[in-house]
Design a protein around this ligand. Structure first.
Ligand SMILES: Cc1cc2nc3c(=O)[nH]c(=O)nc-3n(C[C@H](O)[C@H](O)[C@H](O)COP(=O)(O)OP(=O)(O)OC[C@H]3O[C@@H](n4cnc5c(N)ncnc54)[C@H](O)[C@@H]3O)c2cc1C
Length: 595
């Protein structure tokens, strides 16, 4: 029930009234405006990062007394600070003019916009707009001491911290963003494990040797075989640790079959997303009382007179610095440099401005640069992987486009196939850039859709549709027309492809799997382009995850795990091998640092 009340607002504004009347020069008057709105609850919505955010705002006695989020499809964890910080800030200050949260800008703006839309509904939008309110969600940092200091709160960092804690160490995680997760959070979360319980369930024969062979071949035999072997020998047991100790839930009767792997061997977390991995790691870290310092950027490694690493210097977002001592070791887990375009171009001049990035903003290569500064060796820095199926506008990796693993074909504007769909990422990326407008078009039919995981990614689908990046149409011609693709040629291409599917052999490109006819509407066409995805190069480590210097010796007190390291993937990382890498070497780094 609305409590009827009228609010008289005296808006004292000095209005210069100019009149053309002779004798009536410029005059200054005080304008009195009456605004009225009623107490009550109002709903409003506005677009965030992925979709509309809908809120209900309660106004009581000229104040915003409550904001309830009715629905949203923003990425959990990544956008939590926006909801956790902005809502109380609006209520406490009775003001919607609140700063956005860095790293979650679109969600912040969407949330604020939704509250403003609700207030507009009340007729009170302007009343609640004051001076800008700064939102401060930084952790306090001060000079302090721990056994193990972990740099970076992504997958490798959280795994290392949990393992170090399990070995009895007093650990802290320092994360420069306002949220944890890094690239691991936005990843598909799938990782390869030979002879896993899911392969048992599905009767798939596999071996550690086959995994080693695939990984070495996939990386053009540039990888360090000892590291690859360590990965292959440990990942299945570590996958069970993720399931049983960390609490990650996996689908027990489904595996992803990434390109370059002889068999399907990638474990698939529930939801097909790194959210399951990161939220489980975060819960485990919380249960273990491991402190995580947000907005805390490590800027320097501290060494003693012998060159051993004994701590780090960190800075909060206000520029305050502190030295944090690491009595037993520092683990660098700060990820790769895929979001640092200058650095990618410096190490690989072939990366040009046509490439966007799939990476999180935090992947700027900090750990690599800090380690180099104290004499660490860097390896394979020129190997930068691009991902072929990304949003042409944002660079985001498209999970809807995973339909190519289930049968979708790739065509160009001329309506022709131009590459084997399951070729290596670098090959497909190059091929796409060679096409008209440097884009490709992925096409599939209803049958392929029904046999894929596309339903898991309907938020992405709706977003793509809204931005004309995907079309769903009853006929091939209609779908082709939407993107101005040569419909006649496309129909011919599909007829030919369907013939190959019936005979079980793709005579044009020798497609190695999921050779299925496209014949059942509705049809889907998605526009895709490649983006920078993974930096294979990084800090040289040994099988104990110890950082190696340019003389080939381990640097005392310094360990590294995850995408900050190099040598495990050679010239090209196979799908599903990065999460595998961060789990295996994260555990090794954390365990050894705690010793
Ligand atoms: C969209 C996408 C999908 C992917 N899907 C898969 C997949 O399905 N399977 C697979 O195997 N691989 C996948 N990958 C690759 C994989 O996700 C990454 O290689 C992996 O998650 C990297 O983990 P990490 O812990 O090393 O780094 P991250 O998870 O990136 O974490 C690094 C953290 O360190 C923080 N940090 C950086 N610098 C500092 C500093 N100076 N001080 C403090 N903190 C700092 C960052 O903010 C970040 O939180 C995907 C990658 C992307 C981008």
């Amino acid at each position: 029930m609305f409590k009827k009340r009228s609010l008289l607002l005296l808006m004292l504004s000095f209005v210069l009234l100019f009149t053309l009347s002779v004798g009536c020069g410029g005059d200054e008057e005080v304008a009195e405006t009456e605004l009225s709105f009623e107490d009550g609850t109002y709903t409003g919505s506005s677009y965030g990062h992925n979709a509309d955010i809908e809120v209900e705002v309660t106004v009581e006695d000229e104040e915003i007394s409550d904001i309830e989020v009715l629905s949203h499809k923003e990425t959990e964890i990544l956008t939590d600070p926006a909801f956790e910080e902005i809502i109380p800030a609006i209520i406490e200050n009775n003001n919607t003019n609140v700063d956005t949260i860095s790293g979650a800008t679109l969600t912040s703006s969407g949330l604020i916009g939704a509250v403003e839309a609700a207030l507009e509904e009340a007729g009170a939008e302007d009343y609640f707009k004051g001076e800008v309110v700064e939102v401060d969600n930084a952790s306090e940092i001060s000079d302090s001491s721990y056994d193990v200091v972990v740099v970076g709160g992504g997958g490798a960092g959280l795994v290392s911290a949990i393992e170090a804690n399990a070995q009895g160490a007093d650990v802290v995680v320092l994360e420069k963003m306002p949220f944890i997760g890094g690239n691991t959070l936005v990843s598909g979360g799938e990782f390869n494990a030979p002879n896993s319980w899911v392969q048992d369930n599905l009767d798939i024969d596999d071996s550690v040797e086959q995994f080693v062979e695939d990984t070495l071949a996939g990386g053009d035999h540039e990888a360090d075989e000892d590291l690859v072997r360590t990965l292959a020998e440990n990942v299945t047991e570590d996958g069970e640790w993720m399931r049983d100790y960390v609490g990650v839930e996996f689908i027990d009767d489904y595996l992803m079959h990434f390109g370059g792997h002889e068999v399907a061997r990638a474990l698939y977390p529930v939801g097909g997303s790194g959210q399951e991995i990161i939220s489980s790691l975060a819960e485990r870290a919380k249960a273990d009382d491991i402190p995580i310092k947000y907005n805390t950027e490590v800027t320097e490694l501290v060494t003693d007179e012998e060159g051993s690493v004994v701590g780090v210097v960190a800075e909060d977002h206000k520029g305050e610095t502190a030295t944090i001592e690491a009595k037993d070791g520092v683990v660098l887990a700060s990820g790769g440099f895929g979001a640092n375009i200058d650095m990618t171009q410096e190490y690989n001049p072939e990366i040009d401005d046509r490439y966007n990035t799939t990476n999180q903003a935090g992947s700027t290569g900090d750990g690599i640069l800090m380690a180099k500064e104290i004499g660490a060796d860097l390896v394979d820095m020129e190997f930068i992987q691009t991902y072929p199926a990304c949003d042409t506008q944002t660079g985001h990796l498209s999970y809807v486009a995973d339909t190519r693993f289930d049968g979708a074909i790739k065509v160009n504007k001329e309506g022709e196939r131009f590459v084997e769909e399951l070729e290596r990422r670098d090959v497909v990326s190059e091929a796409i850039l060679d096409q008209t407008d440097s884009v490709g078009y992925l096409m599939w039919d209803n049958h392929i859709k029904e046999n894929s995981n596309m339903d898991n990614y309907m938020t992405e689908f709706e977003d793509l549709k809204k931005r004309d990046q995907i079309v769903k149409a009853d006929t091939i011609e209609e779908a082709a027309e939407f993107f101005d693709i040569d419909a006649e040629q496309l129909t011919e291409t599909i007829e030919q492809y369907n013939e190959y599917a019936r005979q079980g052999e793709d005579e044009d490109f020798n497609r190695r799997g999921a050779l299925l006819e496209l014949k059942e509407g509705p049809y889907y066409i998605q526009k895709i382009a490649p983006a920078i995805h993974h930096t294979m190069g990084g800090i040289k480590i040994n099988e104990e995850a110890r950082v190696i210097d340019t003389d080939g010796e381990p640097i005392e007190g310094l360990y590294a795990a995850g995408e900050v390291t190099g040598g495990i993937h050679g010239a090209n990382r196979l799908g599903g091998n990065a999460i595998a890498d961060l789990i295996v070497f994260g555990r090794i780094a954390g365990g050894n640092a705690a010793k």
